[in-house]
Design a protein. Structure first.
Length: 243
């Protein structure tokens, strides 16, 4: 006990680059909240959360309250244990310059092009075994059980839209998601949206997670470099999928 109490890790805190959640029960008698707050402030990615209670061990007292905080920290949701949680690949797509395109060809023709694009995207979705989760404006959010059919669908969508005189951009990421009430949530969904925003017109871009999951496949990947994704810790290497 004496040796443990004499250990001083303060010089090492700056080297801890991983996000860290520090949970503290407000009335715990042996661990002062001020010390936990100080520790969170001196970790590069530290987050301090105070919850009710006076128990020191995390496995007694209001365990569910602690689990809720941990769940939100890890996956960006707080839905409890009875949920449909899976590892999946999310695909975000968006039509580039749809407003300008409609202005150039007329609203009626432009609307027809978009309807044709939506119909073709849904046909390809059915072909590659994905699931449509959301349609926002000119874009889609599709979910696939694995990355390979997701990439194949994305490439086919780009080719089909180009043949129709439209350009789309597509982004993919794989990670744990939560299916609830007809929607899909979780930090992986947020990352997928951020990845899609980095694509140029006509491109399919993926996170390093997706690229690593399909190493040895027929796909070719070109690094787009490391990027900071808004609201997501760290930097992420992004790859363009070769057509």
């Amino acid at each position: 006990m004496r040796r443990m109490l004499e250990v001083d890790l303060r010089p090492l805190l700056s080297s801890v680059t991983a996000p860290a959640l520090l949970l503290h029960r407000k009335d715990a008698p042996f661990i002062p909240g001020e010390g936990m707050r100080w520790l969170a402030e001196h970790l590069p990615n530290g987050q301090y959360v105070e919850v009710p209670g006076d128990e020191t061990p995390g496995f007694i007292g209001d365990v569910d309250g602690l689990m809720d905080e941990i769940e939100e920290f890890l996956v960006g949701t707080r839905v409890g244990g009875a949920v449909d949680r899976r590892v999946a690949t999310v695909l975000f797509s968006d039509v580039v310059g749809s407003t300008e395109r409609a202005a150039g060809v007329g609203e009626r023709v432009g609307s027809g092009l978009l309807e044709s694009h939506r119909a073709e995207a849904r046909r390809l979705l059915a072909r590659y075994g994905g699931r449509e989760m959301n349609t926002t404006g000119d874009g889609f959010l599709f979910v696939f059980e694995s990355p390979t059919p997701a990439i194949e669908c994305a490439l086919a969508m780009c080719r089909a839209s180009r043949n129709d005189g439209l350009e789309i951009r597509v982004g993919l990421h794989s990670g744990e998601v939560v299916f609830e009430a007809g929607d899909v949530t979780g930090i992986a969904v947020h990352i997928g949206a951020r990845v899609e925003a980095l694509a140029n017109p006509g491109e399919v871009v993926v996170s390093q997670t997706v690229r690593d999951m399909v190493i040895g496949s027929v796909f070719g990947f070109t690094s787009r470099g490391h990027h900071e994704l808004k609201g997501v810790p760290g930097t992420w290497e992004i790859y363009v999928v070769g057509t």
